[in-house]
Design a protein around this ligand. Structure first.
Ligand code: ATP
Length: 257
């Protein structure tokens, strides 16, 4: 059975500000190599959580575990009031959890309109497509101008807009964004962040993995800091002011000891 946007509305068990995505004591490995050691963090409904950490800390692994692309070795993951630990990626996606990763979020050989039509038809049925396309082009006029262009020839920023238009129109519960602004010029990163703000304002929660930590923190209510596969802080952004760099780099807190 295919879930529709309507089905999703009926399973919205979690209200604004309540835990929407909860990882409890989650472990993950790549073969013999352990990448996550008991990670616990929470994304609240209608809010944005920035997940930050040094290279190799395990941020992308958290994103993959959440969307079902990498299995957990221990712990539990709850999403929208349900235990999704061990569920296949396609089921998690149908529950309203989308993941966008730099460079892998559009079909390059299809046109802009074909990309959108494919997602909208799958989620809304054939009859929902014209209205959904109209909403996507109203939100992102540049996509309307380029509707017949193949997605592979769009600029990096336009490709991100195409991916975000699908999320905006389909009103996903949670968007996991992994380095979406990677390789983009600062002015284009601004555009991507404006679009992410709109996605958040539309009611979609965000799990933001971002190399531009300062930008992510402007949008985020909460922050989780990962260090070598472990969470060393999970809470309001205000709670880490002035010591985020130390936490990310694993430097000891001068106030301790
Ligand atoms: P970055 O900011 O550099 O992208 P990250 O915080 O996203 O890093 P991950 O990509 O989650 O980190 O990687 C965590 C650890 O797991 C790293 O040591 C990495 O080398 C390892 N790792 C990631 N993917 C694989 C894989 N497919 N096979 C083996 N090890 C992997």
């Amino acid at each position: 059975m295919t879930a529709t946007a309507g089905d999703r509305a009926t399973v919205e068990a979690v209200g604004e500000g309540q835990p929407l995505l909860e990882l409890r004591d989650v472990g993950a490995s790549y073969g013999p190599y352990e990448a996550l050691f008991g990670v616990s963090l929470t994304v609240r409904a209608g809010r944005a959580l920035a997940l930050v950490g040094a290279n190799g800390a395990g941020k992308s692994t958290v994103a993959r575990v959440v969307s079902g692309l990498v299995p957990t070795t221990r712990g539990t993951i709850r999403f929208d009031g349900r235990d999704i630990t061990g569920r296949p990626a396609y089921e998690i996606a149908r529950m309203g959890l989308s993941q966008l990763t730099e460079g892998r979020s559009v079909f390059a050989s299809l046109t802009v309109e074909e990309n959108l039509t494919l997602s909208f038809r799958r989620a809304l049925g054939r009859r929902g497509v014209p209205d959904a396309l109209a909403r996507a082009y109203a939100a992102f006029p540049r996509l309307g101008e380029r509707r017949t262009q193949s997605a592979g020839t769009l600029s990096g920023g336009e490709q991100r807009m195409l991916a975000l238009a699908r999320v905006l129109v389909l009103k996903q519960r949670l968007l996991v964004v992994d380095e979406l602004s990677f390789g983009l010029a600062p002015v284009v990163v601004d555009e991507v962040y404006t679009a992410l703000e709109r996605v958040l304002a539309s009611g979609t929660s965000l799990l933001l993995i971002e190399q531009h930590v300062d930008r992510a923190l402007v949008l985020a209510d909460d922050v989780a800091v990962l260090s070598k596969g472990r969470v060393v802080y999970d809470g309001p952004v205000a709670g880490v002011e002035g010591r985020l760099g130390d936490l990310v780099l694993g430097r000891p807190d001068p106030g301790e000891g």
